[in-house]
Design a protein around this ligand. Structure first.
Ligand SMILES: Nc1ncnc2c1ncn2[C@@H]1O[C@H](COP(=O)(O)OP(=O)(O)O)[C@@H](O)[C@H]1O
Ligand SMILES: [Mg+2]
Length: 417
């Protein structure tokens, strides 16, 4: 087999290494935008890198991709971020490369569009409206009824999520959610029915339109600003609920036209109903994929890269999942985040080594290193560190991860905001 040529759009980080591992000799070109330039970790890994101003239009992206293709034919397109998926879809369609359609990318990235598709297809009827002013929000809230969630239409990373219990929350919610659109491509907000209940994420692998639920993860979140505090894999669920979740998520993937990739879907269980929060055309973050790989043996980022490069992944993953489900000594994994209540500049972080040596602990990482600021909880970026651990049960894995996080001590210089 001759070596392949992959065009990565926008995000790079460790992806060149990952892609080359699954396709030896792979050549990689990158077109990215200035805002994402920091994700180019190593220029040497690319045949060529093109960096565009953030407001560059589709026509220029397309023309540059065509030029690269003329010089060195492109076999595959990859984008492992939530930005510029529309550009990647347009380029892949133009070069006749198998990738997500423009409609799929739109339905996944735009939370209002997603709600419309899911309503039309009967998968999830959560009422939802677009709002662009406090007045819009008030009117929509009157129509929809409380409690509600207001959030950026194209939101990521839990930024700008507001819960509205009643009209007294309107102004604060609008301000908070609008503040969350600062780094996004759209300032629109949506308001939708608030779903009470436990939250889960569902890791799926799709190949030629066939979907496999690899794992379901239970999430623990801060109830005020919805920042994730921890996860446990697999989620403790009875078989009926597992089937219901798998059925809804599979129908959602079909409704949105997802056919070939790893996806990470967030859901809420409200009584018996499975409510979709959002999905992503990429594997989960927050070390979920590491934990899923550790317990089931399915490496989601690896499978996603292989899928984009045209390799079959489903049969192998199905076997691994079936083996895990029937195993008598199932391992579980959990991650917990450190959320220090202090505010100020970090001067020292103690306890990392002791935490790493605790039973079952696989990784301890400090995000707020000395010199960085501890602020009040405003998004997943405010988390100060994490640990994840394996155990023989969900409880044991969670207790072990929590014990490791409890070892971490953040010394701060008080007074700075
Ligand atoms: N309709 C809803 N009902 C209840 N909680 C919600 C709803 N929408 C969002 N949330 C909460 O806010 C979090 C972030 O929302 P999400 O749409 O996933 O945004 P992001 O793209 O920033 O992750 C969810 O994980 C969930 O905890
Ligand atoms: Mg989310």
């Amino acid at each position: 087999m001759t070596s392949q040529h992959l065009l990565i759009i926008t995000g790079a980080k460790n992806k060149p290494d990952l892609a080359r591992r699954v396709s030896p000799g792979l050549r990689i070109s990158l077109i990215t935008r200035q805002e994402m330039w920091h994700t180019v970790w190593d220029m040497e890994k690319f045949e060529r890198v093109i960096v565009l101003p953030d407001d560059t239009g589709d026509a220029e992206w397309l023309a540059l991709a065509r030029t690269i293709h003329a010089l060195d034919p492109i076999d595959a397109v990859g984008n492992f971020t939530e930005k510029d998926l529309d550009k990647a879809a347009a380029i892949a369609a133009d070069l006749d490369i198998n990738w997500h359609s423009a409609e799929t990318v739109q339905a996944v990235g735009d939370k209002f569009w997603m709600r419309r598709r899911l309503l039309e297809t009967g998968v999830d009827e959560t009422p939802c409206e677009v709002v662009t002013s406090p007045e819009d929000l008030r009117e929509a809230a009157e129509r929809l009824g409380y409690p509600l969630i207001c959030k950026p239409r194209r939101g990521i990373s839990s930024q700008g999520i507001s819960r509205l219990a009643g009209p007294e929350d309107l102004d604060g919610a609008f301000a908070w959610s609008s503040g969350g659109t600062r780094d996004l491509d759209s300032t629109d907000l949506i308001v939708e029915r608030f779903h009470a209940g436990d939250e889960y994420s569902v890791e799926c692998l799709s190949e030629d339109g066939r979907h496999l639920v690899v794992s379901i993860t239970k999430k623990f979140a801060d109830r005020e600003h919805f920042v994730e505090l921890g996860h446990v894999v697999p989620a403790p669920l009875d078989p009926q609920t597992t089937t219901r979740i798998a059925d809804t998520v599979t129908r959602m993937l079909d409704a949105l036209g997802v056919r070939d990739t790893a996806t990470h879907t967030e859901i809420i269980l409200t009584g018996d109903a499975v409510r979709i929060v959002e999905t992503h055309l990429r594997p989960g973050g927050d070390r979920i994929t590491n934990m899923v790989a550790a317990v089931t043996g399915v490496d989601m980022p690896d499978a996603a890269a292989r899928r984009y490069l045209g390799q079959s992944v489903l049969a192998e993953a199905e076997q691994a999942v079936a083996a895990y489900e029937t195993a008598s000594d199932k391992q579980c994994a959990a991650i917990r985040y450190a959320m220090p209540s202090t505010v100020g500049r970090v001067t020292a972080v103690e306890g990392v080594e002791a935490a790493s040596k605790l039973p079952g602990v696989q990784e301890v990482t400090v995000m707020k290193k000395p010199g960085s600021e501890l602020t009040q909880l405003t998004g997943s970026g405010a988390r100060a560190g994490f640990a994840w651990a394996l155990g023989a049960s969900q409880e044991e894995a969670t207790a072990r991860a929590q014990a490791a996080v409890d070892e971490l001590r953040f010394e701060v210089e008080p007074g700075t905001p």
